[in-house]
Design a protein around this ligand. Structure first.
Ligand SMILES: NC(=O)CC[C@H](N)C(=O)O
Length: 309
């Protein structure tokens, strides 16, 4: 097996020379300003070693990668009853699609598309003021990343609040079916703030690492979730984590992953490692173009696909 640091250095060098880098997300004005010529990657192996290459220390907007963590919180709060309000099937549609909601009576296909994540946030919000719920999410991220420096980028949150009419439409539509328990502005306000959390690759790989270790955090030793729950979250990430690009990601990379329109991807090699990769340019379905390519190369080099060599 090649040395992991060497593989990461080679991938980062090769990504730096790529001219085709995808397009940054334009529908959130603050994200449209991000320089696409950046690439970072970090890996936390289950024995607690943290590796990084490229812009592994540059903070970026985690966006929909936050959905994995709010899902973890919501499952902790309400357990399997969550599945009465959100499904577990891949959608085959865009992350922000509304079309299935009418046929499926306001129950989103899965918790990793926008509609599903808004329901999950609605669960996390229960019993709290929006500000407290945002604080709770941030504290959860800080404790998982073992880093108090993680913050919410308020300019990004504002940018989403100013332009998030599609997400409000999803929330309103679900509310019409009784599947949103708080006022639309409250739930979407929390959702916009969780998406605006800024983290770097090292922090994100550390935060997600409990999913590679059957639920016990490799650095803090804290049991974050049961092994069954970690396994199930990984299954959802594999089947739904890249929206209508989930099949392609499984085909090319072969590990559970969750992308965000900030260009970040959290990917999990169960039993081995947690990976965070970031490059702001996106492909046609809104997943990081170079991030996906880098993960494909890394999984191949390290023999990490869950489907075998
Ligand atoms: N895919 C994403 O990262 C989408 C998150 C973004 N905040 C949105 O709601 O549109």
């Amino acid at each position: 097996m090649p040395e992991l640091q060497t593989v990461l250095d080679e991938i980062a060098a090769s990504m730096a020379s790529m001219t085709e880098r995808g397009h940054v997300a334009h529908y959130i004005p603050q994200l449209a300003k991000v320089d696409p010529n950046q690439f970072g990657i970090a890996v936390l192996t289950n024995d607690g070693q943290l590796y990084g290459a490229g812009d592994a220390d540059a903070p970026f907007s985690i966006q929909s990668v936050s959905k994995v963590f709010t899902l973890t919180m919501a499952l902790g709060q309400v357990g399997d009853s969550l599945w009465k309000r959100v499904g577990r099937e891949p959608s085959g549609n865009a992350f922000n699609s509304i079309v299935q909601l009418e046929h499926e009576h306001g129950i989103p296909r899965n918790p990793l598309i926008n509609a599903g994540a808004i329901v999950v946030t609605d669960v996390v919000l229960a019993g709290h003021k929006p500000r407290e719920a945002i604080g709770q999410i941030l504290r959860f991220m800080r404790s998982l990343a073992d880093d108090e420096g993680i913050y919410i980028d308020n300019a990004v949150a504002r940018s989403e609040e100013e332009t998030g009419f599609g997400n409000r439409a999803l929330a309103n539509y679900m509310k019409a079916f009784g599947n949103l328990h708080h006022p639309v502005e409250m739930t979407t306000g929390v959702y916009f703030h969780q998406c605006a959390i800024a983290m770097n690759c090292r922090q994100l790989a550390t935060a997600g690492s409990f999913l590679a270790t059957q639920g016990r955090h490799p650095l803090t030793g804290i049991k974050v979730v049961s092994s069954e729950r970690a396994r199930r979250i990984n299954a959802l990430m594999l089947t739904c984590g890249h929206y209508d690009g989930s099949g392609e990601f499984a085909f090319r990379v072969g590990i559970p992953g969750k992308s965000g329109v900030g260009g970040g991807i959290l990917a999990i090699v169960p039993g081995k490692a947690s990976i965070a990769v970031w490059s702001p340019g996106l492909n046609k379905v809104g997943n990081s173009l170079l991030g996906s390519l880098a993960l494909e190369r890394l999984a191949k080099a390290m023999d990490w696909s869950i489907f075998g060599p």
